[in-house]
Design a binder for this molecule. Structure first.
Ligand SMILES: [Zn+2]
Length: 437
């Protein structure tokens, strides 16, 4: 495999430079050198026929869980990044809720070393906000920043103590990096396993109300205003959250947010199985633990508001929150099952359903996966500009396929989409000009 390739005849979409045209794209020594129609194949170049396909910058995922070190039975950096490449991603940001947590230099160095040895794509670590993710004492944030972490998070757990959050935002303002918070008031969410609403009542499960998220979002935005820090709200899921973020942005507060493919496309009724009728007997698919995720799948109007938020710019980026689990973590009661969905390999296909049914155009979708996360990271990626690293994704917007978790490269087979027909398939992923998928 060379790093010289001519990608021929595809529809090239690059929102970073408002490109949308049928053209050829030339990569030389791993770098994008030309976008032009009817380019001749240089010697020593491979040709990739992209006719009928869309060619765009490689996707960037601001939020995924690679589980290494410590939970390699769920995922490793090698398997997680292979899954990412299969899903069209060329850059992933790894959450620090590993064992041990990424709260000190040696663990972050270990992750970077493992990524260098086993990953075929770019892995950017996220450092912990607090020591051991316990919420009591700030980590050595500036030392972690020196190693190149792209932000700080205790994801999986919220930062409960408002004063710790205030300090974290103050420090991060100096470091020019975001604090990424999983917003959930613990006392409101304690013991809950799904969204609070008629479905949780029907199933007899304890639900978490939207307020559990929104109260902490409001606090964080207020503290961002107080400190001048940058708060990035992870995986938003409620309409109220978006209203708060929209108002904060209008006031000039540094508040950004991300949404997952599942919160854009799936609602709480999935926990009951395919039926959406409250009066029929429950199907065999009720209490599907693969639909258990945190924040939980919300109701239809929240889902609709996520799509609107993506269209009107309140939501900055799409991130997967890929959370692979082993079967033993999910083969149990709904109450006891682990939270999380394996998303990297289905995310793009499920997002394309929004394009297919006219909720969002394909250019906006690509922008939220490429140029916009790159802007948040402040990096020269997510773009097909001349001279950039040739991180490229090629997909067929009309090819259909059926989700089969047994074919996932991820160790996490925990998807509620098993057997679902999706339209839009990744055909190739290039990293630094090399075809890695
Ligand atoms: Zn989270």
């Amino acid at each position: 495999m060379t790093a010289n390739v001519l990608i021929k005849g595809g529809r090239i979409i690059d929102p970073s430079q408002s490109v949308d045209e049928i053209s050829d794209l030339l990569v030389t020594n791993g770098v994008i050198t030309e976008i032009k129609t009817s380019l001749d194949r240089p010697r020593n170049s491979e040709v990739f026929d992209a006719e009928g396909k869309i060619v765009c910058p490689g996707f960037i995922d601001l939020h995924c869980h690679l589980r290494e070190p410590g939970e390699e039975y769920k995922e490793t950096i090698e398997t997680g990044t292979a899954a990412a490449a299969a899903g069209g991603f060329t850059t992933v940001c790894a959450m620090p809720n590993t064992v041990p947590a990424m709260d000190n230099q040696s663990v972050v160095e270990y992750v970077l070393k493992k990524a260098k040895e086993t990953a075929q794509i770019r892995v950017l670590p996220i450092g912990c906000v607090t020591v051991g993710r316990k919420g009591k004492q700030l980590s050595e944030m500036s030392e972690l920043a020196e190693l190149g972490v792209i932000g700080f998070s205790d994801d999986g757990d919220p930062i409960e103590d408002s004063n710790i959050m205030r300090q974290a935002l103050s420090y991060s303002a100096g470091l020019k990096l975001p604090i990424i918070n999983h917003c959930e008031v613990p006392t409101l969410a304690h013991g809950a396993s799904m969204n609070e609403g008629w479905v949780s009542n029907r199933l007899g499960l304890k639900g978490m109300p939207n307020s559990a998220e929104e109260i902490m979002v409001a606090r964080d935005l207020s503290l961002a205003e107080l400190t001048g820090g940058h708060i990035h709200i992870a995986h938003v899921s409620t309409m109220g959250t978006l209203n708060l973020i929209k108002a904060a942005k209008a006031r000039g507060i540094r508040g950004t947010c991300e949404v997952t493919p599942h919160h854009l496309t799936l609602s709480e009724t999935l926990v009951m199985g395919p039926t959406e009728d409250s009066f029929v007997p429950l199907s065999r698919d009720a209490y599907n633990t693969n639909a258990k995720v945190n924040p939980p799948l919300r109701n239809q109007s929240d889902v609709r508001s996520m799509v609107e938020g993506l269209q009107n710019g309140t939501i900055d980026v799409i991130a997967t929150d890929h959370a692979p689990h082993n079967q033993v973590d999910k083969t149990t009661t709904f109450q006891d099952a682990a939270f999380g969905i394996s998303v990297l390999e289905t995310g793009f296909g499920s997002l394309m359903t929004l394009v297919d049914n006219g909720h969002i155009d394909v250019n906006t979708l690509i922008k939220k996966l490429t140029a916009d996360p790159a802007k948040l990271l402040g990096m020269d990626i997510g773009s097909l500009k001349k001279g950039n690293s040739a991180d490229i994704t090629v997909f067929d917007p009309s090819e259909t396929w059926i989700v089969n978790p047994q074919t996932f490269l991820s160790k996490g087979k925990n998807t509620p989409l098993e057997g679902t027909l999706l339209k839009g398939k990744i055909k190739a992923t290039f990293f630094k000009g090399r075809k890695i998928y």
